[in-house]
Design a protein around this ligand. Structure first.
Ligand code: F0G
Length: 466
């Protein structure tokens, strides 16, 4: 079986580098505790000679692998046999050139692009990775899969379980921490939903313990197969740009799976000679959940050729616990203080000459309103990418004429509460949802016009607006 002897799992720490067979369900190296990669023996495989050769596949819509925005790039993630792939048609997403958002960010017209991952079946980028994790889980015979989630991973897991009927979904969420849009998906799709008195970081720790004890397959992004699927977001960006590499990829940072996957994608493409340069990477934290920013910019933590200063991370978390700091942001999807992929993200930042920034809830919501006004819309966490790009252009780190792609990770309808509170005329509602988070203004609010049930008054309201 080609895919089992040409791919393996491997600890990312160079001084360890322990290898594991693909058939093992692991989320950390059993020798040193490091994160794992899926690695390939490329010289025994048949990667494409040119990326453009993959493009024609999309026209074969009747072939589920060619139709999938993940699996039409199979040759760049060939870990499982083709006939074992689980797909629900994920990855039909769009790269939009967004000039109104470019103006807001400070980029020149035609230079800012939005990658709408909210167009996935469950409404977020997670489906890219879930398809890959499900493929692995099913291939090795798992019957139950679990995750901790701020809402999107759980929606995705629940959807894949419901559609494929291959696995029972068990999801762990923090209490009161998940938006209704996302919670409703998990419930609707029939997932066993466990609400823990705690936040995401607590749920993450518990799900790791429980899945190990009960032998449940874990689909959080510590699962290296998840990230193989998420590499394809970058392949679709390149595809939409006619296989040209942009100057910048800007992505929100929560558990840091996406940024890690993007770095791996570019380092593999470069190594295979399929691109001649890698883009720069900007990872944007919410200011209320800014561990990466604190460690990268505050403490100078770096990948350092694989010798990440773990003592620095431990000390950072100790102080965080002593000060009882919990993650808190309107961008609930990235309300995470202990990002599980920290080391891999540092590697991606090294590969892509990356930068890290934090952005306030005010900046996130203003950016989100601009994205919505410009087109398809996104949830708050996604808009951190646009807010971060604006900051980096203002600093002169991103040039106005550089080609920038902001990843919009989740759909607008995932979190209507934040959107309605931003646009509301009801000051009390604004204060309740946003005021407590330090959001003072809704500069780009589109307020509903209240009128009595009177024809003349309605007519006047419409004419005034025109
Ligand atoms: N944007 C959205 C909409 C998300 O749902 C998440 C993560 C992120 C960004 C951050 O991505 O973890 O790869 O850095 N959501 C996870 C969840 C944690 O449980 O749904 P990351």
């Amino acid at each position: 079986m080609q895919s089992s002897d040409t791919a393996f799992q491997q600890c990312i720490r160079p001084e360890c580098g322990k290898r594991y067979a693909l058939g093992e369900a692991l989320v950390a190296c059993s020798a040193c505790g490091g994160l794992l990669d899926v690695s390939y023996e490329w010289d025994r495989l048949t990667p494409p000679k040119r990326l453009a050769d993959l493009q024609g596949l999309w026209s074969r819509r009747s072939d589920p692998l060619a139709f999938s925005g993940v699996w039409r790039f199979y040759d760049l993630l060939p870990f499982a046999p083709r006939d074992r792939v689980v797909t629900v048609g994920e990855g039909q997403t769009l790269l939009q050139s967004a000039d109104s958002v470019a103006k807001f960010v400070g980029s020149n017209p035609g230079r800012l692009f939005l990658q709408y991952e909210g167009m996935n079946p469950s409404g977020s980028f997670k489906d890219n990775g879930m398809s890959a994790a499900f493929t692995h889980a099913h291939w090795i015979g798992a019957k139950r899969a679990a995750c901790a989630s701020t809402g999107n991973t759980s929606a995705s897991l629940a959807l894949y379980s419901a559609v494929s009927r291959l696995m029972q979904a068990v999801i762990f969420i923090g209490s009161g921490k998940i938006s209704y849009g996302k919670l409703s998906q998990a419930l609707d799709f029939g997932a066993l939903t466990i609400q823990i008195a705690g936040d995401f970081d607590d749920a993450m720790q518990r799900v790791r313990e429980v899945s190990q004890r009960l032998g449940i397959y874990l689909v959080n992004s510590v699962n290296p197969f998840r990230l193989e699927g998420q590499k394809t977001i970058m392949l679709r960006v390149l595809e939409a740009l006619g296989w040209e590499v942009p100057d910048w990829i800007v992505v929100p940072g929560g558990n840091l799976g996406n940024s890690s996957a993007f770095g791996k994608a570019f380092s593999e493409l470069k190594m295979l000679g399929l691109i001649d340069r890698v883009p720069r990477l900007a990872v944007i934290n919410a200011a209320g959940a800014n561990t990466l920013h604190g460690l990268y910019n505050g403490q100078g933590l770096r990948w350092n050729d694989g010798n990440v200063d773990q003592a620095k991370i431990t000390a950072f978390y100790r102080t965080m616990d002593e000060e009882k700091r919990r993650a808190s942001t309107i961008a609930s999807a990235i309300e995470i203080n202990r990002p599980v992929n920290l080391d891999k993200c540092l590697r991606a930042l090294a590969t892509c000459d990356g930068v890290v920034r934090e952005t306030t809830d005010q900046e996130i919501l203003d950016a989100k309103a601009q994205v919505g006004a410009g087109g398809l819309g996104c949830e708050p966490a996604s808009a951190a990418s646009v807010a971060g790009a604006k900051q980096l252009v203002a600093e002169g780190v991103i040039g106005r004429d550089e080609r920038v792609v902001c990843i919009l990770t989740g759909h607008q309808l995932k979190d209507p509460t934040a959107t309605v509170a931003y646009h509301t005329t009801d000051q009390e509602q604004f204060n309740k949802v946003l005021g407590e988070r330090g959001v003072k203004r809704a500069s780009f609010a589109n307020r509903a016009v209240a009128v009595s049930n009177d024809l003349d008054e309605i007519e006047r309201a419409i004419q005034l607006d025109g």
